[in-house]
Design a protein around this ligand. Structure first.
Ligand code: CUA
Length: 318
């Protein structure tokens, strides 16, 4: 799990700086206010003990108090204006990311998963993946955000702040990862029953490894060789799977659910619901409603050998 304040790019660094300045300033103000309160209480108790209501303070002391309150008010105003200035500078910093040579990705939020389409001028270079955003280190990324059903929010704390995805409206968010790593992405806007299981990984790879990964993603799914995997593909293409899922290189071109062309290489099933393993996959195919109640994928109680064949096929989709 990555620390949300451990910035991996310039956008997140700006936001983290604003957070730390605000935090320490507010801590200092809080301590000052509490100290003043303690002092006032102590004075009130002393006044009660000596029977002096404090109403007849000598004129010199009265003036000193007025100067003290005046200075505190002035200091508060200066600090507030200072915080405003730091926020404005942060906003400017966020808008200054150079976007030459940017990688363009379209992210569509669905209840409850993420569709990532890597755009390219060449139609045969476009590819889709799900619940995993792989990006090259050092290159700006422009993500176009869209929503299919309700409002969701795109949030990768290590790279940038939050941005809503609104049905019928396209927005963009830009960021850059300056070091390799795996970062946590979350939906940050309540979007229904499975809002908590609408997670994705952002994997930042060195440019050459990213290029390898993208080449692999563009390629069609490998041909299954083992007999059970071949039978599994048959089941996939003749059953209901292909109505919702696509596997490039086959007749399955469904768009309602995640593209499964390279499904076996992903870390999780069901947008962060469970770690990806053959056993978990079998449980998921059988009864997704048990693992992720409300998800759009229906349960499929298949004969054991059919289920095993289907799992064997999906495991070949590396
Ligand atoms: Cu999507 Cu919360």
């Amino acid at each position: 799990m990555s620390d949300a304040l451990d910035a991996a790019g310039p956008q997140a660094a700006w936001i983290a700086r604003l957070w730390w300045i605000s935090l320490w300033l507010c801590v200092a103000v809080f301590i000052g206010v509490m100290a003043a309160l303690a002092w006032a209480l102590w004075r009130a108790r002393r006044a009660a003990a000596t029977g002096d209501p404090g109403g007849n303070a000598p004129p010199g002391k009265d003036r000193a108090l007025r100067v003290l309150v005046g200075s505190a008010t002035l200091l508060s105003s200066v600090l507030l204006v200072g915080l405003l200035e730091v926020s404005v500078l942060t906003d400017r910093g966020l808008a200054r990311l150079p976007r030459g040579d940017a990688l363009s990705i379209r992210v569509t939020a669905h209840q409850w998963w993420w569709e990532m389409v890597y755009e390219d001028d060449r139609a045969d270079h476009v590819f889709a993946t799900a619940n995993e955003l792989v990006i090259p280190v050092g290159r700006p990324v422009v993500v176009t955000l869209e929503a299919d059903d309700v409002i969701h929010s795109f949030w990768v704390p290590n790279l940038h702040g939050k941005k809503d995805l609104i049905p019928g409206r396209s927005t963009t968010i830009e960021f850059r990862a300056d070091r390799a790593g795996r970062f946590v992405g979350r939906c940050a806007e309540f979007c229904g029953l499975q809002h908590a299981f609408m997670a994705y990984d952002v994997v930042a790879l060195p440019p050459d490894r990213y290029a390898q990964w993208a080449d692999h993603e563009r390629a069609a799914a490998p041909e299954p060789r083992a007999a059970d995997a071949v039978r599994g593909r048959e089941l996939f293409l003749t059953g209901s799977c292909m109505l919702c899922h696509a596997v490039q290189g086959t007749s399955a071109q469904g768009r309602r659910g995640p593209d499964l062309t390279h499904f076996a290489s992903r870390s999780h099933i069901g947008a962060g619901s469970i770690a990806n393993s053959p056993q978990a996959l079998a449980r998921w195919i059988e009864d997704p409603q048990k693992l992720k109640p409300g998800a759009n994928m229906p349960s499929h109680f298949l004969p054991a050998d059919d289920l095993a064949a289907l799992v064997a096929y999906l495991e070949t989709l590396t």
